[in-house]
Design a binder for this molecule. Structure first.
Ligand code: NAD
Length: 487
């Protein structure tokens, strides 16, 4: 079942923004179905009233995007770049307001929410540069005197389906490379983060992006998602979200023989070796596990510790987690806010209630969808707690006999997104980098976060194998055309 905190409403509050889908440069009103986006820290507080569109809007958006695509792709790269630079400027000009929207709509601590706005600006500037650097290859031809070359051409109209946890950065780290490469975009954001998506639409409009180049559909994920995946005008789909929905996206895209990428969940491990700086490692593991209530695909949800330092590390870890403030995301020093919905709160609480081995459970505010930061010790590597993504502030400590055993435990899950090793032993760090099954590999860093210009993605059940961000993203949003010109 899709989780949502958008409650279908019969009336709408007038003091909050009223938002609707963005198609062909216009915000469409009058669909009739209204919902509320609420603040997970203060569920009685409405962040936006939202008009949901029906499935016919998918065709309207795809047709607008298709009509705009040829002239967008025909613009010289530097001209497309100018639009992306202007979009970055518009986001910069409204950065305080957008940061607050992120904090209030998805419960992200305000410091991290502001960081996400900065990341969006960096992403747009980076891909503005990449729009100018569209290159191909000259390939020697067997036929004498012929010129043979390959060029990267856009897919056409791409559909983007995004989650709520990076409600502006993920839509943009898909849209920016797509647009830089000459595609046009239909974005279907998560139902729980519609205001953030519409702020992207407003800033795109203010930046003067041509009508139809960037469209946003607000509505039911299952209904709009199915329509988008079946729409003949959509020539590629980029999805980030749960493995369950990712499997649907992959199956339907493959059936239509269109390009797709699915970036999904994780069960990310930190490995603490006996020679590690335990205090530093504990701080990094605590932050990776608990910040933003553990709601990052790259969050540390398992920490595998060499048995000889288990007690000492646990003590450092508990004091590092205790130092993370659990409070309203709008408080400047908030580290841990609420989880996204009451359903998430209940799901996480019921998954951990009654489990033995809890060594820490924090305090939470009485109002809002909070889950207490919780740590379990001596967790069985085969248990659900060590195998299933919970997407909450829950950390499992697992004991390992030695380095080899730790690697075996770390790799013993279906996922392979992010991993971290804490050690001063460089030869072991090199071995770990070779042997760990993860797309993002850290030594003495935390499992979360990645530079916006570095490739991002996982292995095994975490990803369909393509990469986002950096130059790698351009591979997904283009296909290769090989040309031979004979004399
Ligand atoms: P989700 O899978 O529930 O939803 C993701 C998107 O899919 C939403 O826009 C939703 O409306 C849409 N959707 C739902 N049902 C659909 C259907 N039947 N067809 C098409 N689209 C449909 O995920 P979520 O709860 O929004 O996000 C949390 C998940 O995302 C976690 O598993 C997390 O690990 C993952 N995630 C992964 C990455 C990554 O880069 N690997 C980044 C962030 C989040």
């Amino acid at each position: 079942m899709v989780q949502t905190k958008c409650i279908v409403a019969s009336t709408s509050a007038s003091s909050v923004p009223h938002i609707s889908s963005f198609i062909n440069g216009e915000f469409l009103t009058g669909s009739g179905q209204t919902s509320l986006s609420i603040n997970p820290a203060h569920p009685e507080q409405t962040v936006a009233t939202v008009e949901w569109c029906g499935k016919s809007a998918v065709t309207d958006a795809a047709e607008a995007a298709a009509a705009a695509q040829k002239s967008w792709a025909n613009l010289p790269g530097p001209a497309r770049a100018e639009f992306l630079y202007k979009w970055a400027e518009q986001i910069q000009a409204r950065s305080a307001e957008i940061g607050i929207a992120v904090a209030q709509e998805v419960g992200k601590p305000i410091g991290e929410a502001k960081g996400e706005v900065g990341r969006c600006i960096a992403i747009l500037r980076y891909y503005a540069g990449e729009a100018v650097r569209q290159t191909g290859h000259v390939i020697p031809a067997l036929a004498g005197g012929a010129l043979q070359y390959s060029v990267q051409v856009p897919l056409g109209v791409v559909g983007l389906i995004t989650p709520w946890n990076f409600p502006i950065a993920i839509p943009l780290w898909k849209a920016a490379p797509a647009l830089a490469c000459g595609n046009t975009v239909v974005l279907k954001p998560a139902e729980t983060a519609p205001l953030c998506a519409i702020l992207l639409a407003e800033t795109a409009k203010a930046a003067g992006l041509p009508n139809g180049v960037f469209n946003v559909l607000l509505g039911d994920g299952v209904e709009l998602g199915a329509e988008l995946l079946g729409c003949a005008l959509i020539r590629g789909v980029s999805f980030t979200g749960s493995s369950r929905v990712g499997a649907i996206v992959a199956e339907r895209s493959a059936a239509r023989n269109i390009k797709y990428q699915t970036e999904m969940g994780g069960k990310n491990a930190g490995i603490v070796l006996a020679d590690a700086d335990l205090k530093q490692a504990a701080g990094l593991v605590a932050g990776g596990a608990m910040r933003f209530a553990g709601q990052k695909c790259t969050a540390t949800s398992r920490v595998i510790v060499e048995r000889s330092v288990l007690d000492a590390f646990q003590a450092e870890l508990i004091s590092a987690v205790e130092a993370l403030r659990v409070t309203d995301p709008m408080e400047a020093d908030c580290a841990v806010g609420p989880v996204i919905t009451d359903l998430s709160q209940q799901r996480i609480q019921s998954a951990i209630s009654g489990l033995i081995g809890s060594v820490y459970s924090g305090q939470v505010p009485s109002e809002g969808f909070y889950v207490a930061p919780t740590i379990f010790r001596d967790v069985d590597p085969a248990s659900d707690l060590a195998q299933i993504e919970l997407f909450g502030p829950v950390l499992a400590i697992l004991a390992a006999d030695n380095f080899d055993h730790a690697i075996e435990i770390a790799n013993g899950v279906p996922y392979g997104l992010s991993a971290a090793l804490y050690t001063k032993n460089i030869p072991l760090a090199l071995q770990y980098a070779n042997r760990i099954e993860a797309g993002l590999v850290r030594v003495n860093g935390d499992t979360t976060g990645v530079d916006p210009h570095a490739p991002f993605g996982g292995v095994k059940a975490s990803s369909s194998g393509t990469r986002e961000q950096g130059t790698a993203a351009k591979e997904f949003y283009t296909e290769t055309k090989t040309v031979q010109i004979n004399p």
